[in-house]
Design a protein around this ligand. Structure first.
Ligand SMILES: NC(=O)c1ccc[n+]([C@@H]2O[C@H](COP(=O)([O-])OP(=O)(O)OC[C@H]3O[C@@H](n4cnc5c(N)ncnc54)[C@H](O)[C@@H]3O)[C@@H](O)[C@H]2O)c1
Length: 752
């Protein structure tokens, strides 16, 4: 049960210390805000208090509003903000007694807005301060768009809000966000400094700053037209392209608030725009991903006594291994790196150096924590807590590696593989005893491993609980979001995405659709960071081919065989790492260019009839993604993944599916036009190799029975699928009903 408390301590020197608490991060729930308002009002009226110091319990100020309340509360109460939050902020700001906020831990979102309502702020150096509401499709709604510009200036404030930038105490002191910094992060020192500052103002009331909402001295001589020109066009472009209105709303609230000549008027506008943002599809989707990403391992209870692995060996320092090693090193771990020979080892080390240098860390320092080897050296491997294998995607090669690892590592050491597809039980066959097989676990990183925030942890038949826990502990250390999944070819994430490449290659090879057209449809309409062909180039076409082989063995009825990959490989075009794949790359691999001159003859040789299918970009995008949603449903049916929200998180963090669409299944169900429409379109595709779609029918049933949250029928602000909702774009007999109720009826039909 959450315990929300507000306590007041009257000190002999006249300082009233108000401490609010809601473990673990003092989230400002509606209830806590009410309690705060009550206590602040009492203290302001109490003669014993000459000054007020406001501080959070649990070693932190506040991480902001309680986001878990958002989907329920927002929209239900139109006046939520003005009704229950304005009073306590106004009470602090208009108090005749000086109010000082003590900032430690985090003061984010509503937490920082609460601090901004105080007259003064004192912080510790490592505090995290920011207004990151835009990440959730919202804008600050407790006066932040008005007070922050009046405290630090319009441009710095807009930059902080638009980029959801978090700053520390030292930077906050420089820009004027805090008034004093205590030299060390000590709670006692912070309280003492805040009390001293409050009493200085009591002694000399001229030191009390005017209420921020009425202040203009820090607004500077900015030209409002310049501010508009700098921020609005991009914000409008984002709204038009993605349906996210928070960027434009934030700029308007700041600009209009400043122009109106008063923070109070600006705050009214902020409240209106906040409510509009909170009602937007994009905000619902972003909050869904935010909440879902915090409960990805609810089905697996982490063991508290497991320590984060300090010494990790990485076998294979190619694209993935070097990224994994760099990631561990950047988070303070030690790495033993094994490669096949000295040349490969040197190349791996220079890849790691490049990654480390790009992150502004010193490679000289980090170098001391890497030990390179080309042997399974017991002296080195005997000391590691965890091995992550990232060698070639080949069953026999991996079996050999794990046979050697089982012998050269200690019995406590966990053996993880970064295989993208291979069934772990196959890899484990060469590990001698059942007991030893308990050490084997999947630790599947996504490329680039040092950047992508997802870590898929795979539990094979014999994987021990301890093995999962050690990898969970690593995930925590290197700040990855883990999902724990079952074992099958491709596991949960690559398995659900394997149809994406299948369909893309099918479209290019059999229907003559140009790869660049497919990539553009996925990138520009859906907002994927890269289309399937760019992704194949990044992963490496050789790896794609191996992956294809694994899927062909495991799901033969759903695999489309072709020769395009082989032809590309024969021409030495293995993707970005060889300088050419479906695209060509500059020698430093940084610049990607289309390469029709080389690609078109290959495509022509694949579709001899030369017949080009004319599919619209929205049709292409749905043909690529609906089969992915279908496979995701199979993954859930087979209990490979625990819940659909885990797959949403995986699609966002592992494959870059836009968070503002809520993840793949959320998008398919809530935004793309409803499940009935999906099924109808899917049946209409008549993909010869695809077979039936049982999982999608289950999906339709669950949606029609209301077991998943659906958005109210309304004109969607997300553009991509508006275009094909009319019958004009029907594809081969699959006819879509432009009317939402009609689509609902289809869903009901399948549900009955
Ligand atoms: N490329 C991706 O996007 C991606 C994503 C997730 C997982 N994976 C998986 O990660 C693994 C590695 O993929 P990659 O893209 O880094 O391949 P890569 O070809 O870039 O690197 C493989 C490296 O392993 C080394 N190697 C081979 N056998 C070895 C051995 N016995 N001991 C030590 N080193 C050995 C090779 O010399 C090479 O440097 C594969 O299993 C792949 O499926 C790849």
């Amino acid at each position: 049960m959450v315990s929300e408390t507000v306590s007041v301590q009257y000190k002999p020197d006249g300082v009233a210390l108000i401490t609010f608490s809601s473990p673990p991060v003092n989230a400002l729930s509606v209830n806590l805000r009410r309690l705060l308002a009550l206590n602040i009002a009492n203290v302001v009226a109490d003669r014993r208090a000459k000054a007020i110091v406001l501080c959070g319990g649990n070693g932190t100020f506040s991480a902001g509003a309680d986001v878990s309340e958002f989907p329920e509360k927002l929209g239900k109460s139109e006046n939520l903000i003005t009704l229950d939050t304005e009073p306590f902020q106004s009470l602090l700001e208009s108090s005749p007694k000086p109010t000082v906020a003590c900032l430690s831990g985090t003061a984010l979102g509503g937490g920082l807005e609460l601090a901004l309502a105080c007259h003064l702020r004192v912080a510790v150096p490592d505090v995290k301060l920011g207004l990151p509401e835009l990440k959730l499709g919202l804008i600050p709604g407790l006066g932040g768009t008005q007070r922050l510009p009046r405290l630090i200036g319009v441009e710095p404030a807009l930059d902080m809000m638009i980029h959801s930038r978090i700053i520390d105490g030292t930077e906050a002191l420089k820009c004027g966000l805090v008034d004093r910094l205590v030299p060390v992060s000590s709670h006692e020192a912070l309280l003492a400094e805040a009390s001293a500052l409050a009493l200085e103002v009591v002694a000399d009331p001229r030191k009390k700053p005017p209420a921020l909402l009425t202040r203009t001295d820090r607004l500077g001589h900015m030209d409002i037209q310049e501010i508009r020109a700098k921020y609005l066009p991009r914000a409008v472009e984002i709204r038009q392209r993605t349906g996210q209105i928070q960027f434009e709303s934030c700029v308007r609230a700041v600009v209009e608030g400043v122009q109106c000549g008063g923070g109070h008027a600006g705050w009214q506008l902020e409240a209106t725009l906040f409510r509009q943002c909170a009602a937007s599809d994009a905000s619902h989707a972003l909050i869904h991903v935010f909440l879902a990403s915090r409960k990805t391992v609810t089905g697996f209870k982490p063991e508290p006594h497991i320590h984060e692995p300090q010494n990790v060996a990485v076998v294979g320092g190619g694209l993935m291994g070097s990224g994994i090693a760099a990631c561990i090193l950047l988070h303070g771990g030690r790495v033993v790196l094994k490669e096949v020979n000295d040349g490969a080892l040197a190349a791996a080390l220079s890849r790691i150096e490049a990654i480390v240098s790009r992150s502004n860390s010193s490679f000289e320092d980090i170098k001391k924590r890497i030990e390179g080897t080309t042997e399974y050296d017991r002296r080195l491997f005997g000391q590691v807590d965890l091995v992550i294998e990232a060698a070639v995607e080949n069953v026999q090669a991996k079996q050999e590696i794990f046979r050697a690892l089982a012998e050269c590592t200690g019995p406590h050491c966990i053996l993880a593989t970064n295989t993208s597809t291979i069934n772990l039980d196959l890899i484990g066959e060469t590990i001698a005893t059942v007991h030893q097989q308990g050490r084997l676990v999947g630790a599947h990183f996504f490329s680039p491993a040092h950047v992508m925030p997802l870590l898929e942890i795979v539990r094979a038949k014999r994987t021990s609980v301890r093995a999962i826990n050690v990898v969970l502990a690593l995930a925590k250390r290197i700040r990855k979001t883990p999902i724990v999944v079952g074992n099958c070819a491709g596991f949960a994430v690559n398995r659900m995405y394997f149809p994406q490449t299948q369909v893309a290659f099918f479209l290019a090879e059999r229907l003559g659709v140009h790869p660049y057209v497919i990539d553009r449809a996925c990138e520009e309409l859906i907002g994927l960071p890269m289309g399937p062909f760019r992704l194949a180039d990044l992963v490496g076409l050789d790896i794609c081919e191996s992956v294809n082989r694994v899927f062909s063995m495991s799901y033969p009825e759903r695999v489309c065989s072709g020769t395009m990959l082989t032809k590309m490989m024969e021409m030495g075009r293995k993707g970005q790492k060889t300088g050419a794949g479906f695209y060509k790359y500059s020698t430093d691999r940084k610049k990607r260019m289309e390469d029709s001159e080389a690609l078109d003859p290959i495509l022509a040789s694949l579709a001899p009839s030369g017949a080009r299918e004319s599919l619209s970009p929205p049709e292409l995008a749905q043909m690529i993604l609906f089969p992915v949603a279908n496979e995701a449903m199979r993954v859930l049916e087979e209990h490979i993944a625990e819940k659909s929200s885990d797959l949403d998180v995986a699609s966002v963090l592992g494959y870059g599916f836009p968070a503002y669409r809520g993840g793949l299944l959320y998008w398919a169900q809530n935004i793309a036009g409803g499940p009935g429409l999906i099924l109808e379109r899917f049946d209409g595709m008549e993909l010869a190799f695809w077979g039936s779609v049982p999982a999608l029918r289950t999906f339709v049933r669950s949606a029609a029975s209301g077991s998943e949250r659906k958005l109210a029928p309304r004109a969607s602000v997300t553009p991509p699928f508006g275009a094909w909702q009319g019958g004009r774009h029907c594809l081969r007999g699959g006819c879509s009903d432009p009317n939402w109720e009609g689509r609902s009826r289809i869903a009901q039909r399948y549900a009955s």
